[in-house]
Design a protein around this ligand. Structure first.
Ligand SMILES: Cc1cc2nc3c(=O)[nH]c(=O)nc-3n(C[C@H](O)[C@H](O)[C@H](O)COP(=O)(O)O)c2cc1C
Length: 190
């Protein structure tokens, strides 16, 4: 598959089977993930791979984050909402949490390291496309909460870029109509 074909064919697909993804395949995807442009060679990429029973821990972190925004987390309705949230971590057999570490490079800019890690997220999506896996990228307020960073074992100052859900497709998604660049582009030729 050409790179441009992978870019154009890729789309988010949340329909995934329970089939396990081989850890070696995940390693192959992550090796592609770290092939990003990166300023000052800060090597900011940090990944947490969550699989199997590890997903319960993620579900607990998600539910605890939700509870923080509730005035009465133990009301029957809110218990139900938290249970629903807990189940979201089981939407895929693998979840990769991608973060940008705060490095001690004096010249390094966090915004550039986060950009590099965001590129690694796209690399994950494209590698998944080539390998016949489904994938989708999620964030939400959970991603930007200090508690989440620490609960998932990242260093305190890590900026999370997202949660990438991965698995084998249970259903193929039809290609999406995509815009052309014309409407978003200005050219300065002289
Ligand atoms: C940084 C980032 C965070 C995102 N977070 C969410 C999210 O939390 N929930 C959601 O429904 N879509 C989210 N999206 C959008 C989806 O990942 C997806 O790109 C979008 O639904 C368009 O579908 P496509 O990937 O098939 O083009 C996010 C996208 C990016 C780039």
């Amino acid at each position: 598959m050409s790179i441009i074909a992978a870019i154009k064919n890729r789309n988010s697909n949340a329909f995934m089977s329970d089939r396990e993804v081989d850890p070696d395949l995940i390693r192959q995807i992550l090796d592609a993930a770290v092939c990003t442009p990166v300023h000052y060679r800060t090597d900011p990429w940090r990944f947490l791979v969550i699989r199997g029973a590890g997903r319960k821990k993620l579900g607990d972190v998600m539910a605890a984050h939700l509870a923080k925004g509730m005035s009465d987390p133990d009301s029957p309705k809110n218990i139900e909402l938290r249970d629903k949230m807990r189940k979201k971590s089981f939407r895929a057999p693998v979840i990769i949490v991608a973060g940008a570490a705060r490095t001690d490079c004096a010249k390094g800019l966090m915004v550039e390291d986060v950009a590099s890690v965001s590129v690694s997220c796209q690399n994950i999506l494209l590698a998944a496309e080539e390998l016949g896996l489904s994938a989708f990228w999620r964030t939400g307020s959970l991603t930007y909460a200090e508690d989440t960073v620490q609960a998932l074992g990242f260093d305190k100052d890590t900026a999370l870029a997202g949660f990438i859900y991965l698995g084998y497709p249970a259903k193929e998604m039809p290609p999406k109509p995509r815009p052309t660049s014309e409407a978003f582009t200005r050219w300065m030729n002289e």
